[in-house]
Design a protein around this ligand. Structure first.
Ligand code: ZN
Length: 623
């Protein structure tokens, strides 16, 4: 896995991953006004590219087919409609499990030309991506109904993807549920369920499975040949975009280098120019390239994507405050870790913080979104550790996501505990920064005890949980360190504790293991933290208390007077386990809090948090 920090940032992710309470859907009376949540949900169902804002106005959405109908009338009609076709019922059910969640960007007049060219790059990137996934080859089989077209658009293909429908074989955008054959490998070999293994066993497997080629017959064909026309068009748009920019030399250099790489399929020059960009020399974050392999069923081929974002300057202010005390923070963590760990000289490597404008190609997932990424994956920039890591910090901060997360929190915490919860960006940003910072503090990836790395001592999955647990525990422990120095206000510290607890509840609700029984790193981290706080009196669970929503019986109470001591103790336990390579103490934490429900009320948390649909991002760029 090359995206260690991606996982890191999933911390921030689920923290912002919580959807909005679906307003109870009643059959509207003929003239009844449609609730905003229903309006937006029905717009998705009918593939209508509009989103209603809180003030009742609508904005147009990107990444939909051209639309010329009467959106209001169509949605009003949909509100009264009963779907009878069983397949379309399933399709609608899949769509309804996503809560349309707006990523809205206002573009200044002098930015418009640049953004317009990037929108063309986005469209071409989507077209190549659809060929890679095989969606493009099925598009002409879509039936006429708008629900099927919308599913195909949102899900990037024929399949249903939401929890209640993904395993239903008849849930498909196309009657008969045809299999989607990827464009990355020859069609005939994909009939075999183990075709990836067959490819990997071929004598020329190494050559066939390089990331920037498709396999045709028994030969690897460079992307720049397989997708020559579209990649050439992207190159031209990137150059045109570069031509619109003033005072952006680093970005201009990258766009030109990327254009060249789209023509030659040699991605190293683009990566070099990309790595030279940073928060100080550009106000934009742009990455146009084939990068991640997760969407290839064989996980070998890099999928095309475009990330266009603005650099968020918020991280720089925090970095400026923390760098002067980084050595003191290391000393504080080292004291908690204890022997044989000894404090060392540390430097912070904080990610670039970005505000997403658009996600195209492999970036635009049906539900949820990537909230952290480290790139590139190959070549000298990757091998020499000169890549960039980003955190997407503007997602899940729209009014709907904020309301949803608050409603989830109010279903588990009592009213007094909710007083500290703000739902604003600052505590989340601070916790993400402290989490990242703590990866550089105490026993870190290069630390060895008795000549062994943490993976050798604990095994990979447990070691991964412990490192993330250390980082997230640092995010709690360091709050008091910074508050005592006057770098963090009392209110911000209080909000950050509450936010971190809600973050942890969100991860617990997602379960401790995947369907294939692998550990969910953040779920495990979250359960250990909540369990630890419960056992140390900083949290209490009262089965007779009423949650802050006034409805649910059984609630958690935060005890602010006990948080500091409990987080100190947690830091000591967790950093100590890593310092000593203490397998026994680690095993106890997992047994007590992850694999048992005697301390952590896993089922209750899951039931309450999972009442809410997942975010499904839609994008709008307006003047
Ligand atoms: Zn992390």
């Amino acid at each position: 896995m090359r995206r260690v920090l991606l996982v890191v940032l999933l911390v921030a992710c689920s923290r912002r991953h919580e959807p909005q309470p679906r307003k109870h859907v009643e059959e509207p009376k003929p003239e009844a006004k449609i609730a905003r949540a229903d309006f937006n949900r029905l717009a998705v169902r009918k593939n209508v590219p509009v989103f209603q804002l809180e003030d009742g106005t609508t904005v147009p959405l990107l990444f939909y087919p051209p639309y010329s109908g009467d959106a209001q009338a169509e949605i009003a009609k949909a509100a009264k409609e009963t779907i009878t076709d069983p397949r379309i019922q399933l399709v609608a059910k899949d769509l309804d499990q996503g809560r349309p969640t707006l990523v809205q960007t206002k573009v200044a007049p002098d930015e418009k030309a640049f953004v317009d060219h990037m929108l063309k790059v986005a469209q071409l990137t989507d077209e190549i991506y659809d060929q890679q996934t095989g969606a493009a080859m099925l598009a002409d089989k879509l039936p006429a109904d708008p629900e099927s077209h919308s599913l195909f658009r949102r899900n990037r293909g024929v399949k249903c993807v939401a929890p209640a429908t993904e395993n239903d074989p008849s849930c498909s955008a196309i009657p008969g549920s045809p299999r989607q054959i990827t464009g990355l490998y020859p069609t005939d070999i994909q009939a075999a369920p183990d075709f990836c293994k067959q490819l990997e066993a071929k004598p020329n497997a190494k050559e066939l499975l390089t990331p920037f080629t498709v396999v045709q017959g028994d030969k690897p064909v460079p992307y720049s040949e397989a997708y020559r026309d579209k990649m050439g068009a992207i190159a031209a748009e990137l150059e045109a975009a570069a031509g619109t920019l003033k005072d952006e030399p680093a970005l201009v250099a990258y766009l030109r280098a990327a254009a060249s790489s789209f023509r030659t399929n040699d991605w190293t020059p683009a990566d070099e120019a990309w790595a030279a960009m940073n928060v100080d020399n550009s106000k934009w974050y742009v990455r146009a390239a084939p990068d991640e392999v997760y969407s290839d069923p064989c996980a070998h081929k890099a999928m095309f994507h475009l990330t266009l974002a603005r650099i968020n300057q918020g991280s720089k202010a925090w970095q400026g405050k923390l760098v002067p005390v980084q050595q003191e923070m290391e000393a504080a963590v080292a004291v908690k870790a204890g022997a044989p760990y000894a404090a060392r000289k540390v430097t912070f490597h904080l990610p670039d913080f970005i505000d997403i404008v658009i996600n195209a190609g492999d970036d635009r997932t049906p539900l949820g979104a990537t909230i952290g990424e480290s790139l590139p994956n190959w070549g000298p920039v990757a091998n020499e550790g000169r890549g960039r890591t980003v955190a997407m910090v503007n997602l899940y901060l729209d009014p709907d996501s904020i309301a949803a997360r608050r409603a989830q929190a109010e279903s588990v915490l009592d009213a007094a505990s909710m007083a500290g919860y703000t739902g604003t960006q600052e505590p989340q940003l601070l916790e993400t920064i402290l989490h990242e910072a703590t990866h550089n503090l105490g026993p870190a990836h290069e630390y060895q005890v008795g000549g062994k790395t943490d993976e050798q001592v604990f095994g990979g999955p447990i070691a991964a949980v412990l490192e993330e647990l250390k980082a997230q525990t640092g995010a709690l422990f360091l709050l008091e360190f910074l508050r005592a120095k006057g770098l963090v206000s009392d209110d911000l510290a209080r909000a950050a504790y509450a936010d971190s607890i809600v973050w942890a509840l969100g991860h617990i609700s997602q379960g401790m293991y995947t369907g294939t029984k692998t550990r969910k790193t953040y779920g495990n981290v979250a359960a250990i933290q909540i369990g630890y706080l419960l056992d140390h009196g900083a949290l209490t669970w009262d089965p007779h208390a009423t949650a802050a929503n006034g409805r649910d019986q059984g609630a958690l109470t935060i005890h602010p007077d006990k948080l500091v001591a409990a987080c100190d103790e947690m830091m000591k336990t967790v950093a100590g386990i890593k310092a000593r390579g203490d397998v026994k103490a680690a095993t106890e934490l997992f047994a007590k809090y992850v694999d048992a429900s005697t301390v952590v009320p896993h089922a209750v948390i899951a039931e309450r948090f999972l009442r809410f649909p997942k975010a499904s991002f839609v994008y709008s760029v307006t003047p």
